[in-house]
Design a protein around this ligand. Structure first.
Ligand code: GLV
Ligand code: MN
Ligand code: MN
Length: 409
């Protein structure tokens, strides 16, 4: 079946622009999980899905789920989607492209009166980024039936728990751990690459072979605040100086091993005054690797190095886990399905691993899962400069549509 995706692709690109208006911070795109702009984005997404004749609901963790029936009621579903929460000052394609492209697949079917042997469930997922709460991938964990009750107590920067935020959003957190999806034959996600490989190869699309595992920690260093003019250097217990040494040790540990990356992306200092020796430093740690064992070993080494620095500097250090996701090798049948879609379109079936985390790595616990990447300019992502061309967007939508139509559960 050949659906002409050109019009749908133009609509998709226009919608990505319009969707970027749902933001918590005027002038930039910041759409945190369960925020007012996340609500507005969910409402808009649901309206578009309803207009395409889908049955729509918001589940107990704020995922928007929309079902397009197959030829028979209750047929197993191909679930397609991605996240609609963003990082702070984000680009407009990370996550949003995959969620809106999933909708565009169904719109093409509906506009052509096509029903498939399988249903399609489109999902706009919340909290992939893990920016608001001390948790991540809450939406996909819930879909995959992997959400733990302790996650409900994760707090945001204002001390609001996930449980409280879900209640305020109109969800029932008591049902969050039991809202796993049923009847899902497979999950697929279209996403921008967020790296430079496809661009360097001169390719618009690539099939994801595997997704790196990740560990996230909150590190806290407690020293003693004091007068910047009066405490001699040898007698200080400076939390920031200790944290700085720890951060350099983290960088050195990551550099010492191929394919391992470690990032300190957030650093807070208290009391935070020009004339006060810092008494407290808090920083985030994000460690990723294709090998789970190698990642765990690196986290252990970082813990030991930070503890040694803390002991030498007479400060206290604590490392608290926030998020852990095992590496995921994409399902061979899904990879083969995307290979076929690309080959049928006359494109090379190029495979590449993902350094970024994705909902797919969690959804793999529910059903066979896989991803298609589209080239992004300069490999830039988590940055407002993130961009893809309309031509690549059209190819990506055509490949995803072809995959969905040819899918055999
Ligand atoms: C998600 O964007 C991640 O941090 O990998
Ligand atoms: Mn993403
Ligand atoms: Mn992201």
């Amino acid at each position: 079946m050949d659906l002409d995706s050109a019009g749908a692709a133009r609509r998709l690109m226009a919608r990505l622009d319009a969707f970027a208006a749902f933001t918590d911070e005027p002038g930039k795109l910041t759409r945190l999980y369960l925020s007012p702009s996340y609500r507005a984005a969910c409402d808009q997404f649901a309206k578009w899905a309803q207009a395409a004749g889908m049955r729509v609901r918001v589940d107990a963790v704020g995922n928007v789920r929309a079902r397009y029936e197959g030829k028979t009621a209750d047929a197993p579903a191909l679930m397609i989607g991605s996240h609609i929460d963003t990082v702070r000052d984000a680009g407009r394609f990370d996550g949003n492209l995959g969620a809106l492209a999933a909708l565009a697949v169904v719109e093409q079917l509906a506009e052509n009166g096509v029903r498939l042997d399988h249903a399609i469930e489109v999902v706009a997922i919340g909290d992939e980024e893990g920016v608001r709460f001390s948790a991540a991938m809450t939406g996909s964990r819930a879909l995959a039936g992997q959400l733990s009750a302790t996650a409900m107590q994760a707090k945001d920067g204002e001390g609001v728990t996930l449980d409280q935020a879900l209640t305020a959003f109109g969800c029932d957190p008591a049902r969050a751990c039991a809202c796993g999806a049923k009847g899902v034959a497979a999950f697929v996600e279209l996403h921008i690459e967020q790296g430079p490989v496809l661009e360097a190869k001169g390719l618009a699309l690539g099939v994801v072979s595997a997704i790196n595992g990740a560990t996230r920690m909150q590190m806290t260093v407690n020293g003693v605040a004091g007068h910047a003019g009066c405490v001699p250097m040898q007698l200080r217990r400076d939390a920031v100086a200790a944290a700085a040494e720890m951060i350099l040790a983290i960088e050195a540990r990551a550099k010492a091993e191929a394919d391992l990356v470690a990032t300190v992306g957030r650093l807070e200092v208290e009391p935070g005054a020009i004339n006060v020796i810092p008494g407290l430093a808090r920083f985030s740690l994000d460690v990723r690797s294709p090998g789970d064992e190698r990642r765990r070993r690196a986290v252990g080494d970082i813990d030991a190095a930070a503890a040694a620095i803390a002991a030498r500097r007479n400060v206290e250090m604590a490392m608290q886990p926030i998020h852990e996701a095992a590496a995921y090798v994409c399902d061979a049948r899904i990879v083969a399905g995307f290979d076929r879609a690309l080959t049928d379109m006359g494109l090379p079936a190029f495979h590449l691993p993902s350094g970024a985390g994705h909902d797919t790595m969690v959804m793999g616990a529910l059903a066979p899962a896989g991803m298609l990447f589209v080239r992004c300019a300069g490999g830039i992502s988590h940055n407002p400069a993130e961009s893809i061309t309309s031509e690549d967007g059209a190819l990506a939508l055509a490949a995803l549509t072809r995959f969905a139509v040819d899918f055999r559960g």
